[in-house]
Design a protein around this ligand. Structure first.
Ligand code: ATP
Ligand code: MG
Length: 245
């Protein structure tokens, strides 16, 4: 359903992604782990062209965009298929929770305002924020803001949701409610790629864990295999450190 082929990204002469090949099935939940600066965020950002890959191609649900032959129209079509949840929520400060969720339905999907607002309200109810529809982000807790960020991704009806460390900007007290919502999406078999430092969470939620280092996929497999029996010394070293914390 999602295929990355030889995906590469250079910033100047710094090769940050070095020929990534990845195939993800409909309904699959993939966690991406790895040391800081290894290209995890860049990988996610290249998938919906928040960053422009230098080389390679991305295919989601039959729609392919090549780095070499991209058009704005093709990129917009790709973005309809892949929604992004940002570490720092990235909500519109001057829009209410409801308007933040409805925005994409109106601008990207061309829904009339009433329909978009009705759908946004249904999503707010679903994510346990039905009574906060008219609250602005500044009046919401970090956990609530990130739930709205996830609600916005849900509204896009995307084939895949891309999460870049969705809980790492949160105070510890709000982490569980956000992880809980992501688990709820996982139970519905929403296809997702989640970059995370939460190893326990990755282990619980993912069908497959991908370990990246130096812009490459070093090793991947089911969580039990990757966490209990890592094959590559780099994976072992990373996990030994990560699991100590
Ligand atoms: N816009 C940019 N311009 C130049 N270099 C960049 C840019 N974005 C990222 N990089 C570089 O690309 C490399 C990978 O960064 P990236 O943010 O993808 O790593 P990461 O694995 O997400 O790290 P972390 O775990 O700290 O979030 C780093 O060396 C970073 O400095
Ligand atoms: Mg990152």
């Amino acid at each position: 359903m999602l295929t990355l082929s030889n995906l590469s990204k250079r910033f100047g002469d710094n090769t940050v992604l070095d020929g990534i090949d990845l195939n993800i099935k409909q309904g699959e939940i993939v966690a991406v782990i790895g040391p800081s600066g290894t290209g995890k965020s860049t990988l996610l950002r290249c998938i919906n062209f928040l960053e422009t890959p230098t080389q390679g191609s991305i295919e989601i649900d039959g729609h392919q965009v090549k780095a070499s032959e991209r058009s704005q129209k093709a990129i917009i079509e790709l973005r309809k298929r892949a929604a992004f949840v940002f570490q720092n929520y990235a909500l519109f400060a001057n829009k209410t929770a409801l308007e933040n969720i409805a925005e994409g339905l109106i601008t990207v999907w061309g829904q009339p305002k009433e329909k978009a607002h009705a759908e946004a309200q249904a999503i707010l109810n679903d994510i346990g924020l039905g009574d906060r529809a008219n609250a602005y982000p500044s009046a919401l807790s970090g956990g609530q803001q990130q739930r709205v960020g996830i609600g916005r991704a849900m509204a896009a009806h995307s084939k895949v949701i891309l999460f870049d460390e969705p809980t790492s900007a949160l105070d510890p007290e709000w982490v569980d409610e956000v992880l809980g919502l992501i688990k709820q999406l996982a139970q519905r078999r929403q296809t997702m790629i989640i970059v995370t430092h939460e190893m326990q969470f990755a282990r619980e939620i993912a069908d497959r864990v991908v370990f990246m280092e130096g812009g490459r996929i070093v090793e991947q497999g089911p969580p039990a295999q990757l966490f209990e029996n890592p094959q590559d010394p780099r994976t072992r070293q990373f996990l030994a450190r990560a699991l100590k914390h």
